[in-house]
Design a protein around this ligand. Sequence first.
Ligand code: FAD
Length: 474
Amino acid sequence: MASTIVWLRDDLRLDDNPALAAAATLPDPLTVVYILDEDSPGIRPLGAATKWWLHHSLSALAAGLEAHGSRLLLRRGSAARVIKDLAAETGASRLYWNRRYSQPERTIDDGIREWAAGQDIEAASFQANLLFEPWTVRTGSGGPYKVFTPFWRSCLDGADPRLPADPPGKLPRPAAGSSGRPLTGDRLDSWRLLPRHPDWSGGLGATWTPGEDGAHERLEEFLDSPVEDYARGRDLPGVEGTSRLSPHLRFGEISPFRVWHALRERFPRHAPADVGIFRSELGWREFCWQLLYENPDLATQNYRPEFDRFAWQTPSDAELKAWQQGRTGYPLVDAGMRQLWQTGWMHNRVRMAAASFLVKNMLADWRLGEAWFWDTLVDADAANNPANWQWVAGSGADASPYFRIFNPVTQSRKFDAGGSYLRSYVPELAELDDRTVHEPWRNPEAASGYPEPLVGLQESRERALETYQRLKDG
Ligand code: FAD
């Protein structure tokens, strides 16, 4: 008897899920599977924060599928092996998935598609996670864009992204194994995705609701007001001026098509400029994915190869730990790094300042920072993370010019003038007034327990510029 497998990956949702929607139109029994693949060659292991997220997201997805008459099967191992076994167990005649765009994953998918063709299994893939697939956005000469603005203009000049589809009603009944018994899968707990000793995830649990309901709530909250002041609010780390959709988008708990059209519905005619700016942030996500698609080694290789000669300095363990743990002596950097540790997320402006501090003031290789963010961000994303690190380091596409070195003091004075963000993550600064909270070394008694600056801003800036000059001089 015919049966369908839907293999979910970075698309942990029922809403606007084309692979699932296609299976739902068929009468045949259905297997919805998620595979924890740590075995296929080239797969980057998840970081600790994304493991935490994945656990809760899968749990929410399983409940959602059950409410629609289906179930989520969990299996672990090399994806190709698991799919082949599952197809044999269920006698599958169709295999559906939504496309993914990074290289090891594409190689796996191509291999499975080829195998399926030989088995007379119909393998079909769908567009779900990017508004504009990388190969569809091309320059006049047919190559990929290297600069964001023309890339995004070209996206906007084309057809509007398709409308999102509502979640399916009742899903087909779950497929049985060859013996007629229900298929056996792993218990989510057995994957041990949650931290145990110590369990550091309290702050994450207090901040986030993984899963598609949590994603839709975030979107609604954002549309209810912050979006209309996004141009200003997105720069202020002390206010909730951004959507905080990033981990939900990372795991595909919300469709970018849903977000796009929710903006259209909310602002049918004259959308404020803020909406256009927010849309262009979604555009940066598309651009980063296009970069990764074209440059599969984006997380390990400089996009601009001349940076292979850059004289990074290896920080001591103590220096690197001071940055990771928010003890650099610069309040904005430290507040950001502690926000990251406590909540798995950091405000974008602070990400830029903290990253610039590591790669320019400390002159450390951007890959060290990228790896730390990969481990600690709940939104750690295979494209956005390396592309943004390379952007800050100057080695990336359309990168920030090297001489742009964020000054953490000027930045916090400008974007957290009253110091509310600084004080909320760095309690040692609670007694400082609004002026010295940005420069605690001016009142060391009131900032007792807070470290002295790890490096001087002026001399470290000069050292960075000289190092860059040497690179330019060849
Ligand atoms: P909003 O301002 O509400 O933006 C909406 C969405 O647009 C985001 O959810 C995200 O999907 C996308 N977006 C926004 N800014 C960017 C950007 N600069 N590049 C790519 N997409 C963007 N973002 C990640 O999703 N994952 C990462 O691993 C990641 N690592 C980063 C590392 C560094 C060093 C820097 C400077 C930025 C990084 N970003 C990353 C980009 C950005 O900081 C986050 O996307 C943003 O802070 C998420 O918060 P938000 O959802 O409230 O964003």
